[in-house]
Write a protein that binds this ligand. Structure first.
Ligand code: NAD
Ligand code: TYD
Length: 331
């Protein structure tokens, strides 16, 4: 199989490329990435010399890039602006990449007769599941942030292309991922790296917001199964079934690193902050997938990785990130 992965220099995309090249030594992978602040080719060091892997620095919004995908069977679109807090500060880039970028890739898929187009979406498109049942794939879209609204818009485009042009799209909506190589603006890596440096852990609101944490390798396995066995025109939820309050995770990180709870600093809440994400995923379970990594085990692996790879995140935290962080916390 010949696969185009977009956004492959980011957190989940880079894990997926490494996973794919290991599990399927005869597959060819083309990684298309604009290398925004979140793109990092160091994430792909171990595969950069693999003859089945190729990288091109391209923006998915670029209308002239259609020849790039010639000869490829599948497009998997990970490329996105992905951080909710940035979407609150500067939403425009989210609309451009997440909506117009998806539109461009769908147009290319239609014109080039791509066999399968996989859109990497998110459980955030359903909005907050404050109480009651988890959302299923049939639940209405109710996004709260410019990020989730952009992702929901992209999902609607994928579904419309399937209905109108038979473009063979599939949508995957997973819960929050965590693991090595996640950019340290996101909750878990921010809190781990701040704790290592004895810096405050900025906990939003009352710290009782709930997310369902999926270890990134479990998500790679889910995408693999959907790539090979998923039905086009269908949405697949991917849940970890391990919901945790933010404050629980903050305490676990501090406990693991032997740091005092006094590092937790309650800060003003994020505007439009969804209280709880919760989804069911019977559909992918019917394909034979289950989440495997227990949260405490995944968190331990993740903390160890950040402890052992200080160079990776210290370089990030001293560059563009610092400016973002100062803006975010008005320092
Ligand atoms: P990330 O921010 O770590 O990586 C995004 C990648 O996309 C980067 O390499 C960046 O350079 C690239 N990119 C951004 N704009 C681009 C453009 N215009 N053209 C080409 N490349 C571009 O994101 P992530 O956490 O790895 O998320 C990947 C995907 O998974 C996103 O679509 C996100 O919405 C979705 N998702 C993420 C999570 C999560 O918890 N991280 C959960 C569910 C879904
Ligand atoms: P985040 O990693 O930004 O993912 P998302 O908002 O897309 O789920 O945040 C996860 C949770 O952690 C969310 O409830 C917001 C909270 N959070 C904090 O309390 N402090 C922080 O500094 C960050 C970045 C997030």
């Amino acid at each position: 199989m010949k696969i185009v992965v977009t956004g492959g220099a980011g957190f989940i995309g880079s894990h997926f490329i490494k996973y794919l090249l290991k599990e399927y030594p005869d597959y060819k992978v083309l990684n298309i990435d604009k290398l925004t602040y979140a793109g990092n080719l160091e994430n792909l060091k171990e595969v950069e010399k693999n003859p089945n892997y190729k990288f091109l620095k391209v923006d998915i919004c670029n209308r002239d890039m259609e020849d790039v995908v010639d000869g490829y069977d599948v497009i998997i679109n990970f490329a996105a602006e992905s951080h909710v807090d940035r979407s609150i500060q500067e939403p425009e880039a989210f609309l451009k990449t997440d909506i117009m970028g998806t539109f461009n890739l769908l147009e290319i898929s239609r014109k080039k007769g791509i066999h399968r187009y996989i859109q990497i979406s998110t459980d955030e498109v359903y909005g907050s599941a404050d109480e009651g049942y988890p959302f299923s794939e049939e639940s209405p879209l109710n996004p709260s942030s410019p990020y989730s609204a952009s992702k929901a818009s992209a999902d609607l485009l994928v579904l419309s292309y399937y209905k109108t042009y038979k473009t063979p799209g599939i949508i995957i909506r997973s819960t929050n991922n965590y693991g090595p190589n996640q950019y340290p603006e996101k909750f878990i890596p921010l809190f781990i790296t701040n704790a290592i440096e004895d810096k405050p852990l900025p906990l939003y609101g009352d710290g009782k917001n709930i997310r369902d944490w999926l270890f990134v390798r479990d998500n790679c396995r889910a995408i693999d199964i959907i790539l090979h066995k998923g039905k086009t025109g269908i949405i697949y939820n991917v849940a970890a079934e391990q919901e945790r309050e933010n404050i629980f995770i903050a305490r676990k990180i501090l406990e693991y690193l032997g740091k005092p709870e006094s590092l937790i600093k309650f800060v003003p809440d994020r505007p439009g902050h969804d209280r709880r994400y919760s989804i069911s995923c019977e559909r992918i379970k019917e394909l034979g997938w289950e989440p495997e990594v227990p949260f405490e085990e995944g968190l331990r692996i993740t903390i160890e990785w950040y402890k052992n790879n200080e160079m990776w995140w210290k370089k990030i935290k001293s560059g563009e990130f610092l400016e973002y962080y100062r803006r975010q916390y008005k320092l």
